[in-house]
Design a protein around this ligand. Structure first.
Ligand SMILES: Cc1cc2nc3c(=O)[nH]c(=O)nc-3n(C[C@H](O)[C@H](O)[C@H](O)COP(=O)(O)OP(=O)(O)OC[C@H]3O[C@@H](n4cnc5c(N)ncnc54)[C@H](O)[C@@H]3O)c2cc1C
Length: 441
């Protein structure tokens, strides 16, 4: 147990400043080592050879990564950025070898236009190679290897804890997720272009088997998997000992001026949780490429859009009490505050536009759809179901809610019956395969 105690102490040392925020709800307590008996009480049915005890430690979990991404975009717009959705980069503007902008295509209309830029930053994730492939002449650079990754959402395995279970060569983390469990992250290698990428049924079944081996009482079957989050992540090669992909551990910021292509910078991120820091370093690199020093970054101390809340519990309690007196159920307000933060009333503001304003769940869902289309560039039903609202976040979609969203969007965007049916089919297809791709906004 000594190594675990040392690891926990090291963790406390490295994260010594983790509780600097004034909101005590965001503070993480110190970890502790527990005995074998206590461990077996918390996780009944463990069959780990030579188990002597375990460590309990604390970490944070994003409530909704899609909505957090939208908060970044709202904040960028507030700070003066221009953003667009469904505009695909299809080429580069070049003055000889200098990159001077991008050619883009509107995915829905096919219209093409150009965007001039002093510097272009390629942040296309798994598409980093294909976007670089649009540059002429082709830079002689190493192509980023892409591994597959997935998390599965299953019936709940544990109630109050996230549990790390040792598997073959890797820990499986079973985290609480919307009353269910999220288990991952599985990684594998199979060469696939990101446009065609799809986790195979065999991989999902293989992962289920590995979880059952690590924790036999789980007895998971394919039917217990309610949803699969999947995506591609950069990797460096295969570990000859385990046969597992060796994932890229460190972000990469590459200024192509070194390759004779000034005006182009590529960024490959490896973790969402480090994105703010990587963005800061990228901006530093942009200024450096202009021969300037970047202004001091304020992003580490500036709350994101919707994050202006000094004390989350107090805020939530106050909003629930106020809105209950207006007829809104507690759960509705809790869910809105968790998803939209301090700006949740912007969503409720849409209720006033209805002929008969109401506080029913259907009315609030319709308001969320209107907000998503009006303020968050939602264009498809999948956008609304999987990337704007919480509806599709744990599988088990409710037919009536999806239908309500579809009809609301159809009215707003003048969809024909055929278009409405196509949008519905697309959502059910994703849900049926339980596999939304972790990319795109
Ligand atoms: C299953 C799974 C679990 C994960 N778990 C965690 C975790 O627990 N913690 C963590 O920190 N990270 C986690 N990650 C990693 C995290 O999701 C990625 O590091 C992060 O999404 C990378 O962000 P990005 O913006 O670089 O790329 P992406 O999120 O892939 O975004 C790239 C964007 O570029 C767009 N694009 C591509 N081509 C073009 C083009 N030609 N024109 C215009 N746009 C284009 C795409 O549509 C996409 O929106 C996980 C990833 C997976 C797959």
């Amino acid at each position: 147990m000594l190594p675990l105690s040392v690891a926990l102490k090291l963790n406390d040392l490295i994260s010594f400043d983790r509780n600097r925020l004034s909101d005590s709800q965001k503070h993480l307590p110190q970890g502790r080592v527990i005995s074998k008996a206590e461990c077996e009480k918390l996780i009944p049915g463990l069959t780990i050879d030579g188990l002597t005890g375990a460590a309990v430690f604390y970490d944070a979990q994003m409530y909704n990564s899609e909505r957090l991404t939208l908060a970044f975009l709202h904040s960028a717009v507030e700070a003066g950025a221009n953003i667009s959705n469904y505009t695909k980069v299809t080429g580069f503007l070049q003055d000889k070898n200098r990159i001077t902008g991008v050619k883009v295509t509107d995915v829905f209309t096919g219209n093409c236009f150009e965007i001039q830029a002093k510097t272009v930053i390629n942040t296309s994730g798994p598409w980093v190679n294909s976007v670089l492939g649009l540059v002429q002449p082709q830079p002689d650079v190493h192509q980023m290897g892409l591994a597959q990754a997935m998390n599965v959402i299953t019936r709940p395995l544990f109630k109050d804890y996230a549990v790390g279970l040792p598997g073959k060569g890797r820990f499986w983390f079973v985290s609480p997720w919307r009353g269910k469990s999220m288990i991952g992250t599985w990684q594998g290698v199979e060469a696939q272009h990101p446009d065609e990428f799809q986790i195979s049924e065999a991989s999902i079944q293989g992962f289920i088997n590995e979880i059952n081996e690590a924790y036999p009482p789980a007895k998971l079957t394919r039917e217990d998997v309610l949803f699969v989050h999947q995506g591609q992540l950069p990797y460096k090669g295969i570990d000859p000992k385990t046969g597992e992909p060796k994932m890229l551990k460190q972000y990469q910021i590459r200024d192509f001026a070194q390759e004779g292509l000034p005006g182009l910078i590529s960024v490959v991120g490896v973790k969402y949780t480090t994105a703010r820091d990587v963005a800061q370093k990228t901006i530093d690199q942009v200024f450096k490429s202009w021969g300037q020093t970047s202004p001091p970054s304020v992003s580490a101390k500036t709350p994101l859009y919707g994050g202006e809340i000094a004390d989350f519990s107090a805020f939530l309690r106050r909003e629930i009490t106020t809105k209950q007196s207006e007829g809104f159920p507690e759960e509705t307000i809790r869910s809105l505050v968790y998803n939209y933060g301090s700006v949740y009333e912007d969503v409720l503001g849409y209720l006033k536009k209805f002929p008969q304003p109401s506080s029913s769940d259907d009315a609030v869902l319709k308001a969320q759809v209107l907000y998503a289309v009006d303020c968050e560039m939602a264009q498809t039903l999948s956008d609304v179901v999987f990337r704007r609202t919480e509806l599709g976040s744990a599988g088990e979609l409710e037919q009536s809610s999806v239908q309500l969203c579809a009809e609301t969007m159809a009215n707003l965007l003048n969809w024909s019956q055929t278009k409405l049916q196509q949008e519905l089919q697309q959502v059910w297809k994703i849900n049926e395969h339980h596999t939304p791709i972790l990319s795109g906004v």
